[in-house]
Design a protein around this ligand. Sequence first.
Ligand code: NAP
Length: 250
Amino acid sequence: MTIKGSVLVTGGSRGIGAACVRLLARDGYDVAINYARSADAADKLAAEVIALGRQAIPIKADVGCEADVTDMFNRIDKELPPLAGLVNNAGILFEKARLADFGADRINETLRVNVTGSFLCAREAVRRMSTTHGGSGGVIVNVSSAAARIGSPNEFIDYAASKGAIDAMTLGLSKEVAADGIRVNAVRPGLIHTDIHASSGQPDRVERLQAQVPMGRGGSAEEVAEAIVWLLSPAASYVNGLLLDVTGGR
Ligand code: NAP
């Protein structure tokens, strides 16, 4: 099947986002690779995609900043085929801590990037893909987390709550725009080998906790990306409003 259109992967420079970019290029999509700071990684990944014969543009934008987000989508309009999909993947967490020690700055920054960022990108994608707005339909995949149902006690309840908000947005938006030709789903990864754990001061977190996983191991970024690109694809054409756990059964 010929797939037309481009997909924006937020936080596409590293980890799960970068794995999505590679699989999307493999499957014939053109991609916009968003990043906040990792320009070198995004540039190298774009070169890899172009070598596969697809179009790719790295775009620096803070997803929690409204002006950055609108500029990013305007560039995609100008430089890539019409938008067919969004992977709302950019996400952050802070040092492991108990709620009693949280400050407002930390809570607000987590919500700004993880929640406001996903809402702003979803808004711009809907404005372009919705048949009501003159678009041809499309797909949004939100990257939530198993933390949304586990709650991440003693580590980062603020992060878990931000992912709970993403789950609620997925459920609401999937119903709001279904008749406009847009499917909205979420993937909830478990313990995945990426750099994000170092941000919480626990670079060995997956190794330490993997015994809790029924499958006995952490997952790879590629294993999560496979679920995301399936949800984006026409093979998932009747899947809408799903929160899909990719956790090895945890
Ligand atoms: P990662 O390796 O730390 O990569 C995070 C990505 O997000 C990077 O590309 C980073 O770009 C980008 N980013 C951070 N802040 C941004 C901002 N304000 N604007 C735009 N981009 C920003 O993380 P990951 O593990 O791949 O996580 C990806 C998603 O999966 C996140 O939403 C995370 O919550 C979720 N998740 C991960 C796990 C896990 O175990 N790894 C489990 C459950 C859910 P720069 O490099 O340029 O900063």
